[in-house]
Each structure stands twice: as structure tokens, then as C-alpha cells.
Design a protein around this ligand. Structure first.
Ligand SMILES: Cc1cc2nc3c(=O)[nH]c(=O)nc-3n(C[C@H](O)[C@H](O)[C@H](O)COP(=O)(O)OP(=O)(O)OC[C@H]3O[C@@H](n4cnc5c(N)ncnc54)[C@H](O)[C@@H]3O)c2cc1C
Ligand code: SF4
Length: 323
């Protein structure tokens, strides 16, 4: 059973300023490709009386590349990101992650901004109205108990966007526009560990662009999923690593699909100066297993997802080291 969408008005701004002004109303919400938002609205888990359609805001669609860095507009579609020559050359991991999102039809309309602002997911939440009502709803939506952790007070729904961990390991910053003006911050500050409210954007704030460094060739992304053709990550891992004289110069690991936010694994700076050997791979494995906090939000066991994340992290480190 899906929910009627009849009583919704749609505004079509042409500029960022217009979009932000229109979004200040209480029940307004940005609509990008709609591949997450409209599904959730049809299921009655997200509500909005007014959609601010970003498709006509040209300023969100640009990709600019120079020697100092690359800026990608939040409205750039995933298919365009994948086909962009400079992005493929400088940031293969972005292409690996974007190409693993949903299906080709989705990627033609789904955007970078929508992917970074994706709602968190849980097997008890991403269900029809009928299914959830039969289960007395849950803490994230209309209910008062979390079926995953009934004794707890918080929602553990998992953030499952594929691009965020890659952008985290590349050191990306985001630009945000809102009623109070513009601000720029590290991507990590967009997220908090709360499945009900995992974004730090204030009401009406718009993600405008992602700022990347000049080069991110030494990075890779892989995800583990139930269906190879099309599925969210049960565990998604990005690694960025540079080597000097056979030793690690810098190593960063990003995770998705596990916690309520995409996570930059803490403590990897301690690996600088070490060779990539079995001891190092074991240490990476331990760090990932320690910081990944999957719970029973998918049909696959949480323990499996933790082990899978660690195994993929080891594999990517070995591969980037040339082994
Ligand atoms: C069958 C299916 C499979 C999928 N598989 C995957 C997958 O494997 N991996 C994955 O990561 N995703 C997956 N998705 C989810 C989705 O397709 C992608 O995450 C997509 O990138 C979302 O982008 P969008 O432009 O469609 O976002 P929308 O649905 O338009 O928006 C998503 C959210 O972001 C907000 N938003 C959008 N743009 C902005 C902005 N500029 N500033 C502030 N807020 C904004 C919206 O208000 C909404 O809350 C799947 C979806 C479907 C239907
Ligand atoms: S983790 Fe709990 S509160 Fe959150 S969506 Fe799942 S069942 Fe609901």
C-alpha cells in the first residue's frame, strides 16, 4: 500500500537564492533526482507539503577543474559524474562508487547532493505503510520503540550512501547555502551518529557543491551487497593511500552502510612510515572492526557486515600498495 501524493505543491526555482528562500516554509523539502525522496514519500515515511525542485538551478550543475582542485555542484547527476573525463582520471574511486549506486536509469537523474543527503535505512523502516503499521511503527517514524534495540532511546538506522566514504578519504569539503548565508566545512561535519537526524543541515539549508583536492588517484572503493546488480551496501569501504619508498606516507579508510553516518576511521595516521605487511593489515582490520558499529538493520547479520568491512579494507590497502 502506498501513500497518495496528491496534495503537494512543487516550486521550480532558477537560482540558489530563490531555492533557499522557497525552502524556508515549514513543510518544504528539496527535490533533486527524487530516487530516494519520492520512494520514501510514497511509503509515508517522509512527509512534505511543498517540494523545491532543484532541476532548474543551473548553478548546482557545474563541474570545474583546475590545478588547485575540483568543484562539483550538488546537482550533478551520477551518470555525468561517471562519464566526466577529468573526474575519471583524477578520482577513479568516485567513479567506482557512483557506478555502484542503484541502476542506470536511477543514475541518470540521481544527484551527488541527494546521495550525500540520503536518508538512513533500516529493514524495519524502509517498508510499506501497511507493513510498518502491522509492526506498531518504530522510533524513527510514528512509533515509540526501536525494534533493533528495544531498550535504547536512539535509532540505529544505517547511512548507506556510496559516495560519502570516498569523499571523506579524499578530504572533501562541502559548501552550504542557507537563510543565514553560505558556509564551507569538512564533509565529516555534515553528519552525526543518529539514525533519526543524521544531517547537521539546518531547515532550509542547501548543499551547493563539493570541493575536492587536485588529485585523488591513489584511492579505491568497494562495496559488499546482497544483489550484485543493484543494491545498497551492507558494508562499503573507501581507502586512500600514498606510499613513499615502499612505506605508507598517508592512509585513510572511510566506511558506509554500517553506522548511522559515513565514518572516517580514526587512528590511521599512526600507520605512517610502516610497510604494508601482514601485521599492518591485521592492525587495519582491528581498527575497522572496532569502529564499525552495524546492528540488525539489514537482513544480513551485523557481525558479517563488520567482518566484511574489515576484509574489504585489508584488500584495498593491499591493492593500493601494489601487492
Ligand atoms: C532501487 C534503488 C536502489 C538504490 N541503490 C542505491 C545504492 O546502491 N547506493 C546508494 O548510495 N543509493 C542508492 N539508492 C538511493 C538513491 O538512488 C541515491 O542515493 C541517489 O544518489 C539519491 O539522489 P537523488 O538526487 O535522487 O536524491 P533525492 O531523492 O532527490 O533526495 C534525497 C534527499 O536529499 C535531499 N537533497 C537532495 N539534494 C539536496 C541538496 N542539494 N541540498 C540539501 N538536501 C538535498 C532531499 O531533500 C532528500 O531528503 C537507491 C535507490 C533505489 C530506488
Ligand atoms: S533502528 Fe530502530 S528506530 Fe531506527 S529505523 Fe530501525 S527499528 Fe526504527
Amino acid at each position: 500500500m502506498s501513500v497518495e501524493l496528491a496534495n503537494i505543491s512543487i516550486a521550480r526555482p532558477a537560482t540558489i537564492e530563490e531555492a533557499v528562500a522557497l525552502a524556508s516554509g515549514p513543510d518544504a523539502r528539496y527535490l533533486a533526482g527524487g530516487t530516494d525522496l519520492l520512494v520514501n514519500m510514497r511509503r509515508g515515511i517522509t512527509r512534505a507539503a511543498r517540494l523545491i525542485d532543484l532541476a532548474g538551478v543551473d548553478a548546482l550543475k557545474s563541474i570545474s577543474c583546475d590545478a588547485s582542485g575540483v568543484v562539483v555542484g550538488a546537482g550533478v547527476e551520477l551518470a555525468r559524474l561517471i562519464e566526466h573525463e577529468e573526474i575519471s582520471r583524477r578520482f577513479p574511486a568516485i567513479v567506482q562508487a557512483a557506478a555502484a549506486i542503484a541502476a542506470p536509469g536511477h543514475r541518470n537523474v540521481a544527484t551527488l547532493g541527494g546521495n550525500l543527503c540520503l536518508d538512513t535505512r533500516c529493514v524495519y523502516y524502509n517498508q510499506s505503510e501497511w507493513w510498518r503499521s502491522a509492526n506498531a511503527w518504530c522510533l524513527k517514524n510514528r512509533g515509540d520503540t526501536c525494534h533493533v534495540a528495544p531498550q535504547g532511546e536512539r535509532c540505529h538506522a544505517a547511512f548507506s550512501g556510496d559516495l560519502a566514504p570516498v569523499l571523506l578519504v579524499l578530504g572533501a569539503e562541502i559548501e552550504v547555502a542557507g537563510p543565514a548565508g553560505r558556509r564551507r566545512m569538512p564533509l565529516a561535519e555534515l553528519y552525526v551518529e543518529d539514525g533519526r537526524a543524521h544531517l547537521t543541515l539546518a531547515h532550509g539549508e542547501l548543499l551547493v557543491a563539493v570541493h575536492l583536492p587536485a588529485d585523488g588517484r591513489n584511492a579505491a572503493y568497494e562495496k559488499v551487497r546482497l544483489r550484485g546488480a543493484i543494491d545498497y551496501p551492507l558494508a562499503g569501504v573507501a581507502v586512500a593511500m600514498t606510499m613513499q619508498d615502499g612505506r605508507i606516507e598517508s592512509l585513510r579508510v572511510g566506511l558506509t552502510g554500517l553506522n548511522s553516518r559515513p565514518l572516517l576511521v580514526a587512528g590511521t595516521e599512526a600507520f605512517a612510515g610502516r610497510a604494508v605487511d601482514d601485521d599492518l593489515l591485521k592492525a587495519v582490520d582491528r581498527l575497522v572492526q572496532h569502529q564499525a558499529q552495524p546492528v540488525r538493520t539489514t537482513l544480513a547479520a551485523a557481525h558479517y557486515r563488520r567482518l566484511a568491512a574489515a576484509a574489504v579494507a585489508r584488500r584495498l590497502v593491499r591493492r593500493l600498495a601494489g601487492g
